[in-house]
Design a protein around this ligand. Structure first.
Ligand code: NAP
Length: 304
């Protein structure tokens, strides 16, 4: 039994399958602990009346799985061969075989694809305000996006930054009314709609110093000095190795075939890699549990 992912979904699947004596091997992947590992306080996970830090919550889950014998390894799934049994996964160049697989590989933050963006990640370009916001005390930052994440990040950043400029590519915002109104009411947030970012500078200084902006209606282009550049433009599901084998929707999310089932027998899904609606720690954990139970029943039915 292999579980891909070490977030809430993967860890919960590991707890359940380890307790069922299925000797799960969990692949930690390039974002250890998933989205919770890059949040601060989690106040809505049931059972913690005072709240709990996201990284602690996910680490506790991992420890709980290890207590029952789950094994964790670091690695990236490069390729998958799910057409035959046993199922095969290429993890960092080494092929592993498994009778059943739970895909809990989550979804990663989307980037704009600007020439300098990638080079400045960790040097002023960030997709996690809760992780990096504190570095911008009394500084100017930009948040890109028009959804709930952008509103949430912009509001959060006003705790530190002297000014937060929210840049959105159109006039209409897809954020919920309450989140948008909260951001609009915040005097530290300045809205720049119908505006896109053409690039971020300065790679030579190894830090963000300015951005080039353009108004899409007037065509006017200008440069603004900023210290931080936060992206809140959605997520991309981590399903690349499964393309052409697992049924995916137009954005790459796994299409569920009921419960935690994918179109391939013995392959199950859990968490944000399939869920584009709820995306909560508790729903991911619930899906991890569902996938584990389905995997257990599948193995039993196969006579393993
Ligand atoms: P989202 O709702 O998909 O919004 C993404 C935003 O990024 C959109 O405004 C989109 O613009 C913009 N965008 C996407 N690609 C872009 C590009 N290449 N250049 C410029 N802008 C781009 O994503 P999200 O805000 O991460 O929210 C995801 C889900 O989580 C939603 O269901 C949301 O309600 C939920 N959520 C809830 C909360 C909360 O309730 N506390 C907090 C965060 C997220 P367009 O509008 O023009 O497409």
């Amino acid at each position: 039994m292999i579980i891909i992912g070490s977030g809430c979904a993967g860890n919960t699947a590991a707890i359940y399958t380890a307790r069922a004596n299925l000797n799960p091997l969990a692949i930690i992947g390039h974002e250890p602990g998933g989205q919770l590992a890059i949040t601060t306080e989690v106040e809505n996970f049931p059972g913690f009346p005072e709240g709990i830090q996201g990284p602690d919550l996910v680490e506790n889950m991992k420890k709980q799985a290890e207590r029952f014998g789950a094994e964790y390894i670091y690695g990236s799934v490069l390729e998958a061969d799910l057409r035959n049994k046993p199922l095969r996964l290429n993890i960092d160049g080494e092929w592993h075989e498994t009778r059943t697989l739970i895909i809990a590989s989550g979804a990663s933050a989307r980037l704009l694809g600007l020439p300098n963006e990638q080079k400045l990640i960790g040097h002023g370009v960030s997709s996690c305000a809760t992780c990096d916001g504190a570095f911008y005390k009394d500084r100017k930052v930009i948040v890109v996006g028009g959804g709930d994440s952008a509103m949430e990040e912009a509001n959060f950043l006003t705790r530190f930054a002297s000014q937060v400029t929210l840049v959105h590519r159109r006039e209409h915002f897809r954020a919920s009314k309450i989140m948008l109104e909260r951001a609009r009411a915040n005097p530290k947030i300045r809205f720049l709609s119908s505006t896109v970012v053409d690039d971020v500078f300065d790679v030579a200084q190894n830090s963000v110093t300015s951005v080039k902006l353009r108004n899409v209606e007037s065509g006017e282009s200008w440069t603004e000095e900023v210290d931080g550049f936060f992206l809140a433009i959605g997520h991309i599901p981590n399903t690349k190795p499964f393309q052409g084998q697992i049924d995916l929707d137009h954005d790459g999310y796994i299409v569920s075939h009921g419960g935690a089932r994918t179109n391939i027998s013995g392959v199950f899904h859990a968490g944000d890699v399939q869920d584009r609606t709820y995306r909560q720690a508790i729903t991911a954990a619930g899906m991890g549990c569902m996938a584990a139970i389905e995997a257990e029943r599948y193995l039993e039915a196969e006579g393993h």
